[in-house]
Write a protein that binds this ligand. Structure first.
Ligand code: ATP
Ligand code: MG
Length: 175
């Protein structure tokens, strides 16, 4: 019987989502059913969406859904809050459904940081999961309670980032 892990990718360096996408690809390749739910993100077809849509044609056990509206602004805050709430409900349903072996909750830590969701709500996702389901939480400033509850926590450490040299986000690297 597989033991589901609670995995956290946090820290101020780049690679939290990238590592989750890599893990998702590995898990799909190993025969696991993989769902990636992207909180906050929306409105842009990223490389991972294209890649996983292509993989789906081989075996339909991988799915990515963007559930947000893009950048959080003062103007869209309440809409972002609504969409985060809907995303949480969807996550709850999918986690408890038993339909997936690994679920990535991308950027969910930011949803808490920016007060779109409560800490208790995301911690409850751990409680409701079937014991064999792996959960991955990404985003900076992971809650200490989430880190306590996790089995595997990796903190990406910023050493250098091209943005500091004025290099803007590039397709295939940042999205
Ligand atoms: P990636 O999606 O590239 O793995 P990430 O998930 O670790 O990055 P996030 O905190 O989700 O990082 O940030 C999203 C965006 O911010 C990405 O485009 C990422 O490249 C960029 N970013 C990440 N770390 C830094 C940094 N230290 N300085 C500037 N931009 C960053
Ligand atoms: Mg990210």
């Amino acid at each position: 019987m597989r033991r589901g892990l609670v995995i956290v990718h946090t820290g101020d360096g780049k690679g939290k989502t990238t590592a989750a996408i890599g893990l998702a690809a590995r898990a799909w390749g190993a025969g696991l059913r993989v769902l990636i739910l992207q909180f906050i993100k929306g409105g842009r077809r990223s490389g991972e969406l294209e890649a996983f849509d292509a993989l789906k044609n081989f075996r339909p056990t991988i799915e990515v859904r963007q559930l947000g509206l893009g950048f959080i602004t003062a103007e869209n805050f309440s809409e972002q809050q609504k969409s985060a709430r809907a995303a949480l409900e969807l996550a709850r349903a999918e986690i408890s459904s038993g339909a997936w072996d690994l679920i990535v909750l991308d950027e969910i830590n930011y949803a808490v940081k920016f007060n779109l969701l409560d800490a208790a709500e995301i911690l409850s996702l751990i409680e409701i999961r079937p014991p064999q389901v792996h959960l991955v939480f990404t985003g900076r400033d992971a809650l200490p309670e989430l880190i306590d509850a996790a089995d595997l926590v990796t903190e990406m450490k910023l050493v250098k980032h091209p943005l500091k040299q004025g290099v803007a986000a590039q397709a295939g690297i940042e999205f």
